[in-house]
Ligand binder design. Structure first.
Ligand code: AMP
Length: 447
């Protein structure tokens, strides 16, 4: 289906033509027409799928063609997002799709002065993009009223719940008019998201463009096992030996982000960090510098990096694995965007085995292991097997008839590109290491 057939008005089609958007992405194909028809939407779509245009374009059209003129301190459509960066990014995209068309838009998030945001709202805005906490503050300070609200959009709803915004969201929903159109976008449909959807949506059209929990299919994922102390040297080696251009590097902590960006700078690589301890202007500057190619490496924590849209980013490095497995999916979603291929490499040390198991179980695949010859780890990372967690490979497995008769061996499965099947793997430890069960005293029947 083309954009023209989706029902979008000529003025918006002109803007899309100027942006060189010729073909709608799957989420745009499925969502635009029902939204224009006034339907509620429940969409599973990851970042990078074109979801922002999918909800923004029809929203702009509905606001341009229907409803009343916005009055003082009112909003007609509200986009709720989890982070400041995503708020900026959605607002920026919205301005791009809107072009010169006459709608007032604004963005509001915490960590910066509330006064300019209150001033912006005085004349009323047609679309406000906001994070939940700041939105509630604005309401409590009488800067905002919801009585003209036609549309509510929740973007990255799963992330809003992960970040602990449930309370703020519930308080906000209680203030909003029940008669409205609601669009819920989420990378995953977890239990809490389904509950939220049940509460907020009225007979929604379901849109599902991503398999559950998968990282974008256009992303090649690998891991390199490395000792913790060698991670910085390995990263520098990868950047130089593979002649990488710009790379987004994820770390777990704010301190870690600062430390690594300083180490990279000291090694002569242009880098900056983006994390929650930095002021908003410093975060925006680091992101702008990266987008404009002034720095080569951006080191980011999960929360700060949420929603970053950096075009054509070919490489993402997980310097540390995230403690929340779902964050791995979000991190990897920074590359391979809008149909381009990308590569995500995780530098994994032995102490990160639990995080690795959780990620692989979530994805339903074993991440392929690669060796980097000068960086063999002294502390080996146990092999992982889906459904079984980690298993230590026997040092020197004795040959047995079954194994040599061509039956599956653990090593073969783990080095295969295709995701292993759980059923086959469950048999492996028994094949490779035949053990006989000796009853322990505790197994004995009570006397
Ligand atoms: P999103 O998932 O909304 O963050 O979008 C990911 C990227 O895809 C953004 O850089 C958009 O500008 C781009 N994009 C979205 N829709 C299209 C389209 N139909 N054609 C080309 N690029 C698109």
């Amino acid at each position: 289906m083309s954009f023209a057939k989706s029902g979008l008005m000529p003025a918006l089609l002109d803007n899309l033509e100027r942006l060189n958007y010729t073909v709608p992405t799957p989420v745009q194909q499925q969502a635009i027409t029902p939204i224009l028809m006034g339907k509620d939407i429940l969409a599973a779509a990851q970042t990078g799928t074109g979801k922002t245009a999918a909800f923004t374009l029809p929203t702009l059209q509905l606001l341009l063609t229907e409803g009343v003129k916005v009055t003082s301190n009112c909003v007609r459509a509200l986009v709720l997002v989890p982070t400041r960066e995503l708020a900026e990014q959605v607002h920026e995209s919205m301005r791009m799709y809107l072009g010169d068309l006459p709608l007032r838009t604004a963005v509001a998030y915490g960590g910066v002065s509330i006064n300019p945001q209150m001033m912006n709202l005085r004349r009323g805005v047609d679309i406000l993009v906001a994070t939940p906490g700041r939105l509630l503050d604005l309401y409590q300070q009488n800067a905002l009223r919801f009585n003209q609200m036609q549309l509510l959009i929740l973007d990255e709803a799963d992330r809003m719940l992960d970040l602990g915004f449930a309370e703020e969201l519930n308080a906000l929903f209680a203030l909003m008019p029940r008669q409205r159109q609601t669009l819920l976008f989420s990378a995953t449909f977890s239990g809490p998201i389904r509950t939220l959807a049940g509460k907020l949506l009225n007979d929604p059209v379901r849109v599902d463009v991503t398999p559950k929990h998968s990282a974008a299919e256009t992303v090649k994922q690998h891991l390199i096992v490395v000792d913790k102390k060698s991670k910085t040297d390995l990263l520098l080696h990868l950047i130089a030996s593979r002649e990488w251009g710009q790379v987004l590097v994820f770390v777990r902590t704010r301190k870690g982000a600062e430390y690594l960006s300083k180490k990279l700078l000291a090694a002569g690589v242009s880098a900056d960090a983006i994390h929650g301890d930095k002021t908003q202007p410093a975060r925006i500057k680091a992101l702008q510098d990266f987008k404009l190619g002034r720095i080569q490496i951006l080191v980011a924590t999960d929360v700060a990096a949420r929603g970053l849209d950096i075009e054509q980013l070919p490489h993402v490095v997980n310097f540390d694995l995230p403690t929340i497995a779902q964050d791995y999916v979000h991190r990897v979603g920074r590359t391979g965007r809008a149909g381009l291929t990308g590569e995500a490499i995780s530098l994994v040390s032995a102490d990160e085995i639990d995080e690795l198991i959780a990620i692989e179980e979530l994805l339903g695949i074993n991440i392929r292991r690669m060796d980097e010859p000068d960086f063999y780890a002294e502390h080996r990372l146990p092999e992982t097997v889906l459904g079984l967690g980690s298993v230590r490979k026997p040092k020197k497995p004795k040959k047995n008839k079954a194994a040599s008769a061509g039956q599956i061996h653990l090593g073969d499965i783990l080095s295969a590109d295709a995701p292993p099947k759980v059923v086959a793997i469950r048999q492996v430890p028994r094949l490779a290491v035949p053990t006989r069960h000796k009853p322990k005293p505790s197994d004995a029947k009570p006397r």
